[in-house]
Design a protein around this ligand. Sequence first.
Ligand code: ATP
Length: 406
Amino acid sequence: ELGRTGERLGMAVYGVGGFVRDLLLDIDNQDVDITVEGDGILFAETFARQHGCRVRSHQAFGTAVLVLPTGGKLDIASTRLEFYESPGVLPTVERSSLRRDLHRRDFTINTLALCLNPDRFGRLIDHYGGQKDLREKMVRVLHNLSFVEDPTRCFRAVRFEQRLGFHLEPHTEGLLRTAVRMGLVERVGGKRLLGELTSILREREPLPAVRRMAALGLLPFIHAELRFGDDVEHLFAESERALAWYELLYLPTPVEAWAVYFLALTDRLDSPKYRETCTRLAMPGRWLQRLFGHRHRAIKHFQALRQGLRGGVSIANSRVYALLRNIPIELLLYGLARSGQEELRRLVSHYLVRLAHVTLLSTGADLHDIGVPPGPSFGRIKERLLAARLDGEVRSRDDELEFARR
Ligand code: ATP
């Protein structure tokens, strides 16, 4: 259908990049990238009108996102060719413009394009030897200055290599190592660096890629003192276990696995260095507030729990609740991964399953009616009531009101 719209508009339409790569590797990829030779926005809007899709256009980039009725998404880009200036010589301009577009890409395996127009449907465009490198399982740059042009490609190279079980082509590895030696990655802005790091940590199995980043000398660009060793290996394995354990609890709160791995990776950094890392990566304020900014508190509270467990007496529910509430799930799993203690796991699961959602049976109005004055003491009384309820000292609304009266 995309090809037919293209045909009607006189534009060549291609599936490109990761989508074609994965198609040839027989890997499922729902992220379809389309490149149109011509006005991509006009193409997207025409297609959307004809097929009842929603469309979001970005005029400045000549790109659009098509949201299909099924919920799937298609990214549409233009090759930015001088389409209107030379419609008469379309066929040659067409090919060269696609070629130029593909030339900007990172690795040969991402330069394949699949024509979708009906007259050439399924024809594979391979200007840079992408098929051969797919067969030989090689990640290869298109030219010697690739990593200089964009040093984030160092991280991308590692990601594709490890995900696909490929190898860096030897010359490419040499270029990457040179880029590292020259400190080029230092120039990468925090936001882009964070983007590449999260992409790596979002991989199904991030550990091999982290190991490889370390071997290639990429970790110090995240923080000069970031190291990789047996302790990180161990913590990643424990994080994976904690994540698997959490999944089996079938709780509704979703978890960002990459964030748990990020905490594992930076575990050895003390608080100031951890904060420097967050600054280097231009960590968005909302992430700091919601999650990463709470690392110190989480570590302290887990220490308190461990001490409590060492005491031998059981820890009151209200104490567990006070220590764990407001600690985001990712930090709870990080805390578990660091300790690896079975007893602690039981406590956290008890908290998540039984305690976290306990609420009072009496309402604010009830408390008001029995004469609890509004103001700060109101909140304190509610806290004490909740603690009593968590510890089983009150069991009904009447118990609660009786307790509050006292
Ligand atoms: P994934 O399966 O992880 O989504 P992908 O190949 O689709 O892999 P993206 O990061 O989504 O990867 O990028 C889409 C395409 O854009 C890539 O195939 C690549 O050709 C191109 N690309 C992305 N980033 C760069 C870059 N820094 N330099 C050159 N090309 C890039």
